[in-house]
Ligand binder design. Structure first.
Ligand code: CA
Length: 223
């Protein structure tokens, strides 16, 4: 899951980036509003963490600009403590949720995960594809009751495919959602990880769940 953080307090932004990255999120970081709006409009994020008080363009203006262009990316606004009015304006401007400073990282991540799940039409943290089961909170995977150990990157890829199960996902889309934007594009890397994943989630099980769609990408589906 790829998150854009728009936050001008560099220390806080850095801590957030580190905390989210350690918990399996891919993070792009922006310190100013203009750049943040540009990034949000031009790259596909799974959610945006948006500070409201920014020096050049405030968070509400960014949010309104995104929604005016029918960009429905989930947005979690970060408000000052006790500013109920800010929360109301944020929600009324199209934010999906808010969190007040100072916040707890675990709560922030839980709100982000919930907003992302809702946006994908999968409100439950447990995703099942046939007998494959993914717990997106614990980040654990099992198939037919057997625990499967995945690397962080393998898990990120599987989680993205599972949140979009039943739909073909291109290699480019996978790269956009599990690598930072500055990452050098090499779609072969996706094929390598798909092979690793197949060996772990399909090998020795029936039927296969991870399918190649020639010329289009990959799909995770039960039948
Ligand atoms: Ca700020």
């Amino acid at each position: 899951m790829k998150i854009l953080i728009i936050e001008d307090e560099m220390k806080l932004a850095g801590l957030l980036q580190k905390g989210l990255a350690e918990n399996g999120f891919t993070v792009d970081l922006c310190y100013d509003g203009q750049e943040g709006l540009h990034m949000a409009q031009n790259y596909p994020y799974d959610a945006i963490l948006l500070d409201l008080m920014l020096p050049d363009m405030d968070g509400i203006t960014i949010l309104q600009a995104l929604r005016a262009r029918e960009n429905d990316v989930p947005v979690l606004v970060v408000t000052a403590r006790g500013e109920i009015e800010e929360r109301v304006i944020g929600l009324d401007s199209g934010a999906d949720d808010y969190i007040a400073k100072p916040f707890d990282l675990a709560e922030l991540m839980a709100r982000l995960r919930a907003a992302i799940r809702r946006s994908k039409g999968k409100p439950s943290p447990l995703i099942a594809v046939a007998d494959l089961s993914i717990d997106t909170n614990a980040k654990t995977v099992s198939r037919a009751g057997r625990a499967i150990t995945l690397s962080a990157r393998e898990y990120a890829l599987l989680e993205y495919l599972a949140l979009n199960s039943g739909r073909v996902v291109s290699r480019a889309e996978m790269i956009e959602h599990i690598y930072e934007t500055q990452y050098e594009w090499d779609s072969n890397v996706i094929d390598v990880y798909i092979n690793y994943l197949r060996n772990k989630i399909d090998k020795g099980f029936s039927p296969p769940l991870l399918h190649t769609v020639r010329g289009a990408g990959y799909i995770l589906r039960g039948q």
